[in-house]
Write a protein that binds this ligand. Structure first.
Ligand SMILES: Nc1ncnc2c1ncn2[C@@H]1O[C@H](COP(=O)(O)OP(=O)(O)OP(=O)(O)O)[C@@H](O)[C@H]1O
Ligand SMILES: [Mg+2]
Length: 236
């Protein structure tokens, strides 16, 4: 048993963080939404339908992308694979495909390095390419599994701002797995938090609380709210 007793709805259009310690089952939750795993009991619905594999309404930015496989592929080809990879042999070709790839590359501001190999661009640039690939099916939901790992502070803020715009401008529901909440606090409206073996859902004001985060991470966490409404968390 990885976790149990999860009963919640994430409202359509939310920008929700997913938090919990290593091994708590965050990636497992993502995998359930993608239909890659079935729950031992209970049901999982995504965008009003049972979770199933190959759902083009979900875009995934995976936790770890193997450079063994992707490193030698040109960034723009990797983005195109998000579309043709799901319908091999049919679908868009030539100028139509190029135009769709250009659209998402522009949306993530990655045109300048899209001609390079994936293994040649920086970690932050790789994240943008992965987000572009996830966006190319025009999904209604975006799942990001620790997209901030390995990025410096400004790189983290850039990715969060980008995802905020995707959520806000396109109405895409976002689940964003993260270890560090601080870069997200200005933009998320809710959190899924895995505590005591159960994923739960709550709004920012209720979950971003010293006692709850201390219990969740098993280490003292302080929450500070400034007069102008900014919120920070800090481990002692
Ligand atoms: N394919 C699998 N077979 C068996 N156990 C697995 C499998 N995948 C994950 N687990 C176990 O399930 C638990 C949850 O793993 P999961 O990857 O969902 O955690 P996580 O919260 O994403 O952790 P992290 O923060 O380290 O990414 C772990 O104990 C892990 O060892
Ligand atoms: Mg994980």
């Amino acid at each position: 048993m990885i976790w149990s007793g999860a009963t919640f709805d994430v409202p359509t259009g939310s920008f929700a963080a997913v938090i919990g310690p290593n091994g708590a089952g965050k990636s497992t939750l993502i995998n359930l939404l993608l239909g890659g795993l079935k729950p031992a009991s209970g049901t999982v619905e995504v965008l009003g339908s049972p979770a199933e594999t190959g759902n083009p309404r979900i875009g995934l930015v995976p936790q770890n992308r193997s450079l063994d496989h992707a490193g030698s592929i040109l960034c723009r080809d990797l983005v195109a694979l998000g579309l043709v990879g799901t319908r091999w042999g049919i679908g868009l070709r030539g100028p139509d495909l190029a135009a769709e790839v250009d659209d998402v590359l522009t949306a993530v501001d990655a045109q300048d390095y899209a001609h390079l190999r994936f293994g040649e661009v920086s970690g932050g640039q790789q994240k943008r390419i992965s987000i572009a690939q996830a966006l190319i099916t025009k999904p209604d939901m975006l799942l990001l599994d620790e997209p901030l790992a390995g990025l410096d502070l400004s790189g983290q803020v850039d990715i969060v701002e980008l995802v905020h715009h995707i959520n806000h401008d396109r109405g895409v529901t976002v689940l964003f797995v993260t270890h560090d909440l601080n870069p997200l606090l200005a933009h998320i409206d809710s959190l899924v938090y895995l505590i005591d073996g159960t994923p739960r859902f709550g709004n920012v004001d209720d979950v971003v609380d010293s006692g709850l985060l201390t219990r969740l991470y098993g280490t003292p966490v302080q929450v500070t709210r400034t007069a102008d409404g900014c919120v920070f968390t800090r481990t002692e």
